[in-house]
Design a protein around this ligand. Sequence first.
Ligand code: ARG
Ligand code: GLU
Length: 663
Amino acid sequence: MKLKRTLLLVLCTLSALAAVADEGMWLPSLIQPRIKEMRQRGFRLTAEDIYAVNKASMKDAVVSFGGFCTGELVSDRGLLFTNHHCGYGAIQALSSVEHDYLTYGYWARSEAEELPAEGLYVRILVRMEEVTDRIAAGETAGEIIAEAEAEGKGYRASVEQMYYGNQQFLFVYRQYDDVRLVGTPPSSIGRFGGDTDNWIWPRHTGDFSVFRVYAAPDNEPAAYSPENVPYRPRRHFTVSTRGVEEGDFALTYGFPGSTQQYVLSDAVDYVQHRSDPAKIAIRTARLALMAEAQAEDPALRIFYAARYANVANAWKKWQGEVLGLERLGTAERKRAYEEAFDLWAADRAGYRGTVGEMKREYARIIPHYFDLELLSETLRTLPMPYAAAELRDPLFEARRPTERALWRLAVGEYARRCEPGSMLPAVRAGIDAAGSADSYADRLFDLASDTTARADELAALKGELAGRIRALCDSLGLVRVRTLGSARLDSLYKIYMRGLQEWDRERAFFPDANSTLRVSYGIVSGYEYADGEYHLPLTTLDGIIAKDDPNVYDYDIPQRLRDLYAAKDYGRWAVDGPDGRPTVPVCFLATCQTTGGNSGSPVLNGRGELVGINFDRTWRSTMSDLEFDPSICRNIAVDIRYVLFVIDRVGGAGYLLDEMTLR
Ligand code: ARG
Ligand code: GLU
């Protein structure tokens, strides 16, 4: 009976997987087996156009932007597009009260006006190759990396694990350290919709910024120097001005950060029922405290803006993830899948009992990992103590009530939610002595915000906190903990993963995202958002105007955009709107599998021309980090025609278009 039920569920699971056409983040050097399906969907090029070592290919025009985002080269003079939210840190660092580029935007009128962004770098992939055999033969990753880095100037290499270490790949990059800001729209375009619209469709954000890569006169990577010249890439993207329509092929090429496609149901259960709900609840309260302060005082609105955006980003993503996992029944499906695998493994010595061992290891580590997550969401958010400069800032007086409330919240949530018996001794003793968590938090806050106090108590707490984190990492056997896992679990996953590939022959396995270069493909497509409610995949300037409201910070557009709209002065960027009147395209949806790190990725049409810049997913589809559902998972891109329109008509920087290859 049990067996029958399991087999039935497996059949359902497998057929569901077979339908997953657009799932996947493929290694570009191994894209050949996907090409047939890609061509059926509208791709016109070859595997060598995507990735080649001995001739220029698309990979030469894709860059890792600062190690946290993606960017793409759009001219033979190193001109680069990425997202506004990826360039944000650099734009902020280059801004001052007199030159507030975040608020008003910036456009360099010549290369001499391009602003060096200190500390920012881009990496371009030279090549990737499998080194599993070399490592099996006794070479160390360190030796392989050192050899590769000696090949040329600015070479950086790393050895990355695919399929939990069943395969190892060497990635060799050239790193360029002279990157300059060329231009950015004002935040009222680049961040239009703010956190209100973040992860939301329909979307109208002009989330792009423009940089330029510089190199030594011989085109080799070099540190910043006035002698440097625009980098001449092997390849840059042609920009398509013809636009996209529903059903068109779309390819996203970039550096996705991290996914967990093959984890057991235990990990899904943990995310869905334990980790996400706790983190969401704590952040909901944190955000409310900041929002309250922001509503009361305009100076505090500005002060807490960046912090709020940071906290709100993952908060919203996790809420969509929980809903998505529930809707899909991911934990149930995975449970059936791993049970069926276990049955198959029962008479195979190499795999027998692996699933059971993994489950036991999960049971062991989950309390430790939850402790780590709880500490990061609570005590670790508190400054111990505040920096002296922060305390001297006149604004600190106004912040006091909010900061005090944040301490109470963090200490209270930690005490309430931590595993029985695991509470830090300093916190336990502090609460006992003070009489309540609130009084103890007040006491800590007073110590942290008073430069004359002897903060021994604070230092002791800080020491215990650091010690606990080290101990928790040790118990997981990991130096740096990125997601629920342990050294032991990693080695079990290596076996499990190999077993899955032997057992589930129909499935096209792709290696989990790990910040290495990947290709995802699909089509431009809307989706059924709710019963009877279909979301179309394209938005226009008319939607921006409908949202426009000078009294709402997130929706207050530049006057220039209002004027262009009033005059319908769109120049060559006009298209026919849904109502037949001229408008400008703004954003679109596609079915490519993406995740954090794909921000700024080029979205390309079937001819490999740039049609958009990826910047988000819809929140209901963020469970794709654990399980992708082609019926609902969508990535969001800013239409390249809107980018060009903003540069040309709003920014008055149309001269930048002259160096691009437009088609
Ligand atoms: N959700 C996007 C991402 O995960 C954009 C975040 C930045 N925008 C914002 N409004 N917070 O990075
Ligand atoms: N905004 C995300 C980033 O910065 C991309 C959104 C996502 O797919 O997670 O990479």
